[in-house]
Design a binder for this molecule. Sequence first.
Ligand SMILES: Nc1ncnc2c1ncn2[C@@H]1O[C@H](COP(=O)(O)OP(=O)(O)OP(=O)(O)O)[C@@H](O)[C@H]1O
Ligand SMILES: O=P(O)(O)OC[C@H]1O[C@](O)(CO)[C@@H](O)[C@@H]1O
Ligand SMILES: [Mg+2]
Length: 523
Amino acid sequence: MDLSSVTFSCYSLSKTLPPFSRLLFLQPSPHSTTFLPNPSLFFSRQNIRAIKASQASNLSKNDDFVLEDVPHLVNFLPNLPSFPNPLQKSQAYSIVKKTFVSPEDVVAQNIVIKKYSPRGVHFRRAGPREKVYFKSEEVRACIVTCGGLCPGINTVIREIVCGLNYMYGVEDILGIEGGYRGFYSKNTMRLTPKVVNDIHKRGGTFLRTSRGGHDTHKIVDNIEDRGINQVYIIGGDGTQRGAELIYEETAKRGLQVAVAGIPKTIDNDIAVIDKSFGFDTAVEEAQRAINAAHVEVESVENGVGIVKLMGRYSGFIAMYATLASRDVDCCLIPESPFYLEGKGGLFEFIEQRLKENGHLVIVVAEGAGQEYVAADVHATDKKDASGNKLLLDNGIWLSDKIKDHFTKVQKMVINMKYIDPTYMIRAIPSNASDNIYCTLLAHSAVHGAMAGYTGFTVGPVNSRHAYIPIARVTERTNTVKLTDRMWGRLLASTNQPSFISSDQEKADKDIIQDLNNINITSI
Ligand SMILES: Nc1ncnc2c1ncn2[C@@H]1O[C@H](COP(=O)(O)OP(=O)(O)OP(=O)(O)O)[C@@H](O)[C@H]1O
Ligand SMILES: O=P(O)(O)OC[C@H]1O[C@](O)(CO)[C@@H](O)[C@@H]1O
Ligand SMILES: [Mg+2]
């Protein structure tokens, strides 16, 4: 089956399939532009909406299958030739029963559904395709890493290089040094399997990284000047936003350049994907800090341990580290407001735990309670080079507040042990399972780019790797949902206060229930 007809003639494809596997194209978000075969319509969001509306009105009641597809090079280069995938002849894949992913294979965003509920949103399954849109000897790929560090970046770099070379015979691979600005301010570095052979054993990024410095035009000029035709971009939400702009500019200029994003974030704040690489490694490393705090406070009278962990707007590291440890009495995250004084407050809880156990450990995510810290220190907003707000030190603030309260108000001597492992949880190599995860991400990205997809991010959705439109992962930040079971599990595990009065809790639940009902009936 011709890939281009699959990608762009989705209505004709749907007619060839049994009803249960029809791909219908009512896209709720404005990212699935790939179904529009006319390049002049391609960049007009208004036109896209108009077409979607007309498609929507043609849908019958059972037509509730949504594919949020990723762009393809033939969208704006309709005459691009394709070639048989060299994997067909590869030693590794020749024994694989089903070497190529079928164009009809999709991954469901929601897998817990009700019997009669709509089939919902799906993404294209990642993996090698029967046809590729690049001749191996004509590929000139580049890799760039941006934003903060994360365990596993080097593994992703290594596996992109080795994957391109071993699976597709690509030999021309460039490393862009020092993040986005490296495109226009530095020389490139030649990457071969030999050069990257051992880098997965080291933390950090072999290519180095930076914040700020994204200049789309300069970057794409540089891509054009250097004859680069595959761009692999490893980075967090900011980086992926930058990748989307690079894709849009390359498409606007009609360049045969595949832009692939590989999501990286220690905070696990990237939407849609199950989890970001390096997260498990960081949670594991955080156990060492929690354990140290616990050992310290257990050994003294009225020991209060505080461990501050990363997590700017999302408390996933703190939540998972707490759940894994079982030595944590209270976990504070940005998503869950808390208060110190009065009934149900943190001070009351500390007093109670000290009476019961003689010690306690608190884990606090760096973004938790920022508004209280700001009110106390009267700080002005400061930003990093990428425009991210620089956070105030809530760990020191919390330690001081607790010490003050217990010495001055309660007239009680407490033994405070404050541990801030900061970069130690992310400046390490990835563990075994993250290494495997990184390999899958890298290979998925390589297969996707070779197959001519562009403007996509790779990642697991319900455990299956998928190609996701970049804008889909940047439109919102993944945060801990207080109404989800995981936070409930944490509260059950620590038995800490929820910091929500029961009246408020009931009112919130009612609102959520109402919203759920509205969603169900309006679909
Ligand atoms: N909206 C945006 N448009 C274009 N480029 C952006 C945008 N936001 C950030 N960038 C660029 O992406 C790069 C990384 O961004 P940022 O420092 O926010 O890290 P990140 O990718 O979000 O990773 P982390 O998870 O470590 O925060 C920087 O070079 C920055 O200039
Ligand atoms: O000091 P840097 O490198 O800007 O990184 C710190 C930030 O990076 C993150 O780890 C996200 O990558 C945040 O949790 C943290 O606030
Ligand atoms: Mg970010």
